[in-house]
Design a protein around this ligand. Structure first.
Ligand code: GLY
Length: 569
C-alpha cells in the first residue's frame, strides 16, 4: 500500500478507524453518481473504448438516469489527460443567448419559495426568472461538448456511445428510493411545467422505488443525435422543438443562438504541490484558480502537523479558503469577456503574502481580509464522473443543469430538462442577493458570455504518472471539496474511499461562517469557536467522485450513497 512517509505518523493519529475500502480494479475504473451509468462506462472500456469514449457514454447515460443533473439541456467541463502526458480542457459551459443583457432579471424578480436541494429536499429560495422557467436557461453546451470530445479524442463510433442511453430511455430503468424521493420533493418546481409534471411526476401518480421510468421522447432525441450528431440538437428537429418552446413561452433562446453555440478547447491550469502536478479547470471555472491558490498557500505551511481532523488543521484550511474565496468573484469570469489576472492570483509571492496574514491561533474576520465581492448563490446540484482506462488515459467531467432539475422546464416533445445556468451570472450586479451577498461586474450578463462556474474537474500526476482524478458537485463548495480530496490522499495517506468519506469543511469568505460536516467532533467545533470561528453544521461539502492510482491498482471512491458508485474491471 502506498503511504507517504510524512503521512504515516499522521495516519496513526487519525481519530477514526478508517475501515472503508474503495472499489479496486486493474484495468479501468469509472466513478459517477449512478452505478447504472458507471457500468455503461465500464462496458465501453471493456469493448475497446478509451477513457474519452467511456466518459461520453456515461454523460449520455446520466442524462437518462439522473435527471436532476445529468443532462442534454445543460453544460459542463471535461478535463482530459492522455497517457502520453498531453492534456486539454473542453469547455461546453452554457452561453447567454444573444438577447441577454446585464439587467435582464432586474425588472421581473419576485419572491417565492421553491426548489429542492441536492438531496431533493425542499429549500426556500427566491423565485425569479434567472432560476425558474423559460428565461432561466443559457444555450446548452453538453451535446456539442460530448461530440467534440468523441470526434477529437475518442475511438469508438459515436452511435455506439449513445446506444446504452437510448436503451435506458426507451426500455426504462428501475427508479430507486433516492430518485423517487428526489422527484417527489421537487413537485413545487416540476409541477409548474406541464411536460415536466407529466414525465417526471406522472401527473401526480409519483414514481415509487422499484418502478420503471421510461422516457420515449428523450429516447427519440438521443436516437436522432446518434444518427445526425450534435447537428440535430443545434440545427435539426430537436433545435426546432427547443426554439419553438422558447418562443411560445417567452424564453430567450432562438434557433440562431443554438446554431451559433460552440464548445471550446482551453489550456488547463497547472501547478506543483509537494512534488505532485495538479492539472485543473481554467476560467470560466473559478475552481482551478481556487484550488491552486489554496495549495500555494498551504505548501510549506505545515498546516497538517496537528493531524487530520484536528482543530488546528481545520483552522488553517479555513483561513486559506477565506482568502481564496475573497479573490474569487471579483477577479474571475468568462476569459473571453474579462481579463482574468491569472498570473497575479497564482504568483508565488502573492500567495506567500496571503499566507503571512494567517494567524495560527485566531480566526481572521472576513471583512478585514480584503474589500471584495462575494460569490453569489450557487446550487448544490451538479454531477461529476471520472474515468481511467487501461492505457492510463484519464478524464474528469463535471456537468450540470445548475439547480436540481434546472429551470424545471422540460422541452415539449423532447423530454429533456433545461438548465437554469443564467443564475450563475451576477444577475443583479451591485445589489445584494438572497443571502445578502453582493455580486460582481466581471460576471455580469452579456450576450454570448459563459457564466462563472465553480466546477473543478481535476487530475493529479506524480513523476509523470497518473495519480488522481477528482471532482464533485456542490455549487460554491465544489472547490473546497476537491481541495480536501487531494489533501486527504497527498497529506493524510487515505485511500480513495476514505478520502471521500472523511469529514470536510467549507469557508467561502462571505458570509463569515465556517461550515463543518458531522464527522467534525463537538470538541473540535468548540476549539474552532474559541479561535473565533462562527461554526455551523452542514450535511455535505460536495459529493466527491475520486479515482486514485495506487501502484497497479485503480481505487474508485464515491460519495454517492446508496445508489452511486464506482465500477471497474
Ligand atoms: N452551476 C454550478 C457551477 O457551475 O458552479
Amino acid at each position: 500500500m502506498r503511504i507517504f512517509p510524512s503521512a504515516l505518523l499522521i495516519l496513526l493519529l487519525l481519530p477514526f478507524a478508517w475501515s472503508t475500502e474503495p472499489v479496486r480494479a486493474r484495468r479501468g475504473m469509472v466513478v459517477s453518481t449512478d452505478v447504472i451509468a458507471s457500468k455503461v462506462g465500464v462496458e465501453v472500456l471493456k469493448n475497446g473504448g478509451n477513457a474519452v469514449d467511456a466518459a461520453v457514454a456515461v454523460g449520455f447515460a446520466l442524462a437518462v438516469t439522473h435527471p436532476a443533473a445529468g443532462n442534454l439541456g445543460g453544460g459542463g467541463f471535461m478535463l482530459i489527460r492522455h497517457a502520453d502526458g498531453r492534456d486539454t480542457f473542453l469547455d461546453f459551459r452554457e452561453m447567454a443567448p444573444s438577447s441577454a443583457h446585464r439587467d435582464m432579471y432586474l425588472a421581473k424578480a419576485n419572491s417565492g419559495a421553491i426548489q429542492s436541494d441536492y438531496q431533493g429536499r425542499q429549500m426556500q429560495i427566491e423565485l425569479n426568472e434567472s432560476l425558474v422557467g423559460w428565461r432561466a436557461s443559457g444555450v446548452p453546451g453538453t451535446v456539442r461538448g460530448l461530440e467534440l470530445a468523441s470526434s477529437k479524442y475518442g475511438r469508438k463510433p459515436w452511435k455506439d456511445l449513445l446506444a446504452p442511453a437510448v436503451k435506458l430511455a426507451k426500455g426504462g430503468f428501475r427508479v430507486d428510493y433516492t430518485l423517487a424521493e428526489s422527484l417527489k420533493s421537487s413537485t413545487a418546481l416540476l409541477g409548474r411545467f406541464p411536460e415536466s409534471k407529466r414525465i417526471f411526476l406522472r401527473d401526480g401518480q409519483y414514481y415509487d422505488a422499484g418502478e420503471t421510468l421510461r422516457q420515449p421522447e428523450l429516447a427519440a432525441v438521443l436516437e436522432r443525435i446518434a444518427e445526425q450528431g450534435a447537428r440535430d440538437f443545434y440545427e435539426g428537429e430537436t433545435a426546432r422543438l427547443l426554439a419553438a418552446g422558447m418562443k411560445r413561452n417567452g424564453g430567450e433562446i432562438t434557433l440562431n443562438d443554438l446554431k451559433r453555440y460552440r464548445a471550446v478547447e482551453r489550456q488547463p491550469l497547472r501547478a506543483e504541490y509537494k512534488g505532485y502536478t495538479v492539472i485543473t479547470a481554467p476560467p470560466p471555472s473559478s475552481g482551478g484558480v481556487g484550488i491552486l491558490e489554496m495549495l500555494g498557500m498551504l505548501e510549506g505551511s505545515g498546516y497538517e502537523k496537528g493531524g487530520f481532523n484536528a482543530a488546528s488543521t481545520w483552522h488553517y484550511l479555513a483561513e486559506v479558503m477565506r482568502r481564496s474565496y475573497a479573490d474569487r468573484s471579483e477577479f474571475l469570469a468568462d476569459p473571453d469577456f474579462y481579463r482574468v489576472p491569472l498570473g497575479r492570483l497564482l504568483d508565488k509571492g502573492y500567495l506567500a503574502a496571503r499566507r503571512s496574514t494567517i494567524d495560527r491561533d485566531k480566526a481572521s474576520r472576513s471583512e478585514e481580509i480584503r474589500p471584495g465581492i462575494a460569490p453569489g448563490y450557487e446550487s448544490m446540484e451538479t454531477t461529476h464522473f471520472s474515468v481511467v482506462d487501461r492505457d492510463g488515459n484519464a478524464v474528469a467531467v463535471t456537468y450540470t443543469l445548475n439547480g436540481s432539475y434546472g429551470s424545471g422546464v422540460t422541452v415539449p416533445g423532447a423530454g429533456f430538462l433545461l438548465n437554469n445556468e443564467m443564475d450563475d451570472f451576477a444577475t443583479r450586479p451591485g445589489q445584494a442577493n438572497m443571502f445578502g451577498l453582493v455580486q460582481g461586474e466581471a460576471n455580469k450578463v452579456e450576450p454570448g458570455k459563459r457564466p462563472l462556474s465553480s466546477m473543478t474537474p481535476t487530475i493529479v500526476v506524480k513523476d509523470g504518472k497518473l495519480s488522481m482524478v477528482a471532482g464533485a458537485p456542490g455549487g460554491g463548495r465544489i472547490i473546497n471539496a476537491v481541495l480536501q480530496a487531494l489533501l486527504n490522499v497527498i497529506d493524510f495517506g487515505m485511500n480513495a474511499q476514505q478520502a471521500v468519506d472523511a469529514p470536510r469543511i467549507h469557508h467561502q469568505w462571505m458570509p463569515d461562517r465556517l461550515s463543518v460536516e458531522s464527522g467534525v467532533s463537538p470538541d473540535t467545533v468548540a476549539l474552532l469557536k474559541r479561535m473565533g470561528h462562527d461554526v455551523v453544521r452542514i450535511d455535505t461539502v460536495g459529493r466527491l467522485q475520486l479515482i486514485v492510482v495506487n501502484g497497479e491498482w485503480l481505487e474508485g471512491g464515491s460519495n454517492s450513497i446508496p445508489h452511486g458508485g464506482a465500477a471497474g474491471y
